[in-house]
Design a protein around this ligand. Structure first.
Ligand code: SF4
Length: 281
């Protein structure tokens, strides 16, 4: 699939499509920004991701001004159930406001389609971050500060464990292009609505008709592939290495519209399911 990925992206999304912007925890990108000055390089998936996506490294804790090296932090839940990010030593010193402010500011400056974040981190963890009692007992697992902010914005998020599955990098890239396309459509709809302010349905707006043409053409191409496959003519082209043949040979060919209809908070699970489908195909 790797050899055809560029062709598949061009075939489905057009050669003029700019690479989707994706946030990545700076330590996964190889920057030595962890509290102890180390990094957590993502591994073999990173070059492929960097080739097809605009990766935007960010460390919320360095962004908050804590520097490298710095005292470690963790989530603490008090007896009333209230949770904050605190320094491990001395206990009780909250640093949540600083990390949250830096994360919010970064999000405002960087529109993104998805994010790749470091598991278990107090700032970047994705449902894997330990929540401790004041005495240090593990109470639960939750999201990091930066992760929570991205979730509120409907951003699809994965952590580094996602990329241990075969072809996960390629599935993630395709998912980001799908997400970008959906975001662009929604943006155009909002812009049109603001400009026109009429009671007409969007499909009836003359300007929107022309703006939707690229998407309509893409849908027509996908439909064409499905029809050709149904009639059996695609079978002979699957191994040809052409853009159309590569796309038709993929199990996600029938999943484009389904993906667009999935709620953004569930998209990461949807992408995982697609990866599983590919692994067993
Ligand atoms: S805050 Fe996030 S980016 Fe920074 S070192 Fe921790 S996990 Fe990595």
């Amino acid at each position: 699939m790797t050899n055809n990925l560029h062709d598949i992206v061009q075939y489905c999304f057009g050669s003029a499509q700019t690479p989707p912007s994706v946030a990545i925890s700076a330590c996964l990108h190889g920057a030595p920004v962890r509290y102890d000055g180390s990094d957590k390089y993502l591994g073999p998936a990173l070059p492929t991701l960097g080739q097809h996506l605009a990766l935007l490294p960010f460390c919320p804790e360095v962004g908050a001004g804590f520097g490298v090296p710095r005292p470690p932090v963790h989530w603490v839940e008090d007896d009333c159930g209230s949770r904050t990010v605190q320094l491990v030593h001395p206990p009780g010193t909250s640093v949540e406001a600083e990390i949250s402010a830096a994360s919010q500011q970064w999000c405002q400056l960087h529109p993104i389609e998805a994010a790749i974040l470091k598991a278990k981190s107090p700032s970047c963890g994705t449902g894997t971050t330990p929540i401790h009692s004041p005495a240090g007992k593990l109470l639960a697992l939750g999201d990091g500060v930066f992760t929570s902010i991205l979730r509120q914005r409907g951003i699809a998020i994965v952590d580094e464990l996602y990329f241990t599955s075969p072809h996960a990098d390629e599935w993630f890239i395709l998912g980001c292009y799908l997400q970008q396309q959906q975001n662009q459509q929604q943006h155009k709809l909002r812009q049109q609505k603001l400009r026109q302010g009429t009671g007409q349905a969007p499909e009836q707006w003359p300007e929107l008709q022309s703006e939707l043409q690229p998407e309509l053409r893409r849908r027509a191409r996908v439909q064409q592939v499905r029809q050709r496959e149904r009639s059996g003519r695609m079978a002979s082209k699957c191994g040809s290495g052409s853009a159309a043949g590569g796309a038709a040979a993929l199990p996600w060919r029938g999943c484009l519209q389904e993906f667009l209809s999935v709620d953004s908070t569930r998209r990461v699970y949807y992408l995982t399911a697609l990866g599983e489908q590919l692994r067993h195909s």
